[in-house]
Design a protein around this ligand. Structure first.
Ligand SMILES: [Zn+2]
Length: 329
């Protein structure tokens, strides 16, 4: 039998050059999508304190900020609008054709016509109460009214030139509503990347600072998936596939590698993993305190998300790919 002392697995990892024969490379930049926060105006770049290396940008400054990541070869961007206009119960302004997201899409597409541009489609940044859809008289999010506004929002983004829309509200039937509305609007080729398995997570904190979108009261557990019920969370992805999604997603990523791996087995659709703000901030804070090396921690966590089976990694590391992930041989 081939065992110790004859068999010695250390032979295959004895030197860096030997390990390189067998190690799977880290995912390349084209598999990374950079989430960006768009604010109105010009010349604005507001660093996000809880996310070092990330800022909110006005469209002109975002175009500048994209120079380096585009040159490094990232796969695309995912735009979040941070509006400064009036908010209401319904979140109507999310669907405004001249809103911050459509204006940002146009600016980015003018500078980078080939860069794949996705947009987050949700209402929480546009409602007074910060929930992802209109509230009914009982204070619950009204699922079907939310779907109507989400669908109009997706059309506004698509008409502005987005390649894909990414609904994140976790409303039942939202993918079907958006797909049908895009089709009726003569937009059959828009990619629909669904936040299909999105958990109610405590790791979205820094994002809510960036997006100013925390709910004024209550929480989102009435619509986002429960981490304690992974079967129901996987059902959400199956439904979105049936409703016409082109890409499925698990969010967050590193705490849900088992869910990514399960979904990889269940669907042949491309699978995205959203490496969220809390995962980013956690590693930044650890490194800042001198308790870990940022580059090593980033590489290990990105490798884990890749190994679990994600095709696309939506991550704030994307604009820092050359600094933290690119391997120099
Ligand atoms: Zn939302």
């Amino acid at each position: 039998m081939n065992q110790y002392p004859d068999y010695r697995p250390r032979r295959l990892r004895r030197t860096a050059a030997i390990r390189r024969l067998f190690d799977t490379p880290l995912p390349g930049p084209s598999r990374f999508i950079w989430p960006v926060f768009a604010i109105p105006g010009t010349g604005r770049c507001e660093p996000i304190t809880s996310m070092p290396g990330q800022s909110r940008y006005s469209p002109d400054r975002l175009v500048q900020a994209l120079d380096a990541p585009v040159a490094s070869g990232i796969g695309g961007i995912l735009i979040f609008g941070v509006p400064d206009g009036a908010k209401d119960n319904e979140g109507h302004s999310a669907a405004a054709p001249d809103g911050i997201v459509p204006r940002t899409i146009k600016a980015v597409k003018k500078a980078y016509p080939d860069l794949p541009v996705f947009t987050d489609v949700c209402l929480c940044a546009y409602t007074q109460h910060g929930h992802c859809g209109p509230l009914d008289a009982a204070g619950q999010v009204d699922n079907d009214r939310a779907n109507a506004v989400l669908a109009r929002t997706a059309v506004a983004h698509a008409e502005a030139g987005a390649d894909g829309v990414a609904p994140s509200a976790m409303m039942d039937g939202q993918v079907q509503a958006i797909r049908q509305t895009l089709f009726q609007a003569g937009l059959p080729n828009i990619i629909l990347m669904s936040y299909s398995t999105k958990f109610a997570s405590a790791f979205y904190g820094p994002f809510r600072e960036a997006e100013a979108s925390a709910p004024q009261s209550g929480d989102r557990r009435g619509y986002q998936a429960s981490y304690a019920n992974p079967r129901l969370a996987l059902t959400e992805s199956a439904l979105d596939e049936a409703e016409g999604a082109d890409i499925l997603m698990v969010k967050p990523a590193s705490l849900y590698l088992d869910v990514i791996a399960s979904l990889r087995q269940r669907s042949d659709l491309p699978l995205a993993a959203y490496n969220v703000s809390g995962e980013y901030a956690m590693l930044c804070a650890t490194a800042e305190r001198g308790w870990g090396d940022l580059q090593s921690m980033v590489r290990e966590s990105v490798s884990a998300i890749d190994r679990a089976g994600a095709d696309l990694i939506i991550s704030y590391w994307a604009n820092r790919y050359d600094e933290l992930i690119r391997e120099h041989v």
